[in-house]
Design a binder for this molecule. Structure first.
Ligand code: AKB
Length: 315
């Protein structure tokens, strides 16, 4: 079957890079990106539509116009911004998802990708090698909305047969597109500031360990999950996905190996610290490995090298 994809919320950190990979795989004419605002740049042949995912009629018109076989729903408010605007975060993260799930049912669009996050875990979840199934008591509005979203995805799969696929992304690190409004964003900002200023003031404390993933691995893993035979997938809420776990102190040390004059400092009392403290330090992704062969390729050293090499020429 010829695939045609609509990506909603395509201008964010993950969407910008996932869209490039999907356009390479399926062709420009078969990947339609959309977001609430036009992107900074649109290459010749690329199709983009301005759309607010909360405007259900507009989303319906978009789906009717392009008749996609797959929807990637990436529009969301992340953890840090979510704490500033809890009701807006809930509205966007839940009603955006519900609009897409309902329209997919109505229009017979079977295959959907929707990202969850390590934010679904909470203070009483195990900290190390957090398993797929364990105590989940998120205390950020973002985490609560993602956990509710996971339950909805599984419900729509079991009750209506929608082929929804999802991963719990850790913090994603990339040099092409900046993240916005997340708790893990420091791990991207640090590289920009290391090259621009030679120093960085981390808003997370030096020993705050969080799960992270390099963008190349995140994009490849997402496409691998979407390509996997449906019968191999045992999880229809969202798969744990692990890459690298590190602290601000560890990444600073790695940067210093390449930029020896780099200076790291720490800012206290940032509200993002409490969010980070409620999240796991590392993730057990055994189900993703077993069901669809997930395997990350970048460790901290390889990622740091790649980030600095690319940013040196592109910053
Ligand atoms: C955030 O920090 O909010 C996101 C996430 C881990 O989902 N990067």
């Amino acid at each position: 079957m010829k695939e045609r994809i609509i990506m909603i919320g395509a201008n964010g950190q993950i969407g910008s890079e996932l869209a490039v990979a999907l356009r390479q795989k399926f062709g420009n004419e078969n990947v339609i990106t959309s977001d609430i605002r036009p992107p900074a740049e649109l290459k010749s042949g690329e199709i983009f539509e301005t759309i607010n995912v909360l405007d259900k009629d507009a989303v319906k018109a978009l789906l009717v116009k392009y008749k996609p076989t797959q929807i990637y729903l990436l529009a969301a408010m992340l953890s840090a911004t979510g704490e500033q605007y809890p009701m807006k975060a809930w509205d966007l993260n839940m009603n955006g998802l519900l609009n897409v799930l309902d329209l997919a049912l109505e229009l017979g669009i079977k295959k959907i990708f929707w990202p969850s996050s390590i934010a679904v875990f909470g203070p009483n979840s195990p900290k190390q090698h957090t398993e797929q199934y364990c105590v989940m008591d998120p205390n950020s509005i973002y985490g609560i909305s993602k956990l509710a979203g996971e339950r909805l995805c599984e419900y729509y799969h079991q009750k209506y047969g929608l082929d929804i696929r999802s991963v719990r992304y850790p913090g994603i690190i990339s040099w092409k597109t900046a993240p916005g409004g997340g708790t893990t964003d420091y791990a991207v900002h640090i590289f920009f500031e290391a090259l621009r200023q030679g120093k960085y003031a981390s808003f997370l404390s030096e020993n705050t360990e969080l799960p992270m993933l390099y963008m190349d691995d995140a994009v490849r893993g997402t496409i691998e999950l979407m390509d996997a035979p449906a019968e191999q997938l045992s999880i229809r809420s969202s798969y744990n996905l692990a890459g690298i776990s590190f602290t601000p102190a560890m990444i600073a040390e790695e940067i210093k190996k390449i930029l020896p004059n780099f200076e790291m400092s720490y800012v206290e009392n940032d509200p993002r610290q409490a969010i980070a403290d409620s999240w796991p330090a590392s993730i057990d992704d055994a189900y993703a490995r077993k069901d669809w062969g997930w395997q990350p390729t970048f460790d901290l050293e390889a990622m740091t090298k790649d980030m600095i090499e690319n940013l040196k020429t592109n910053i």
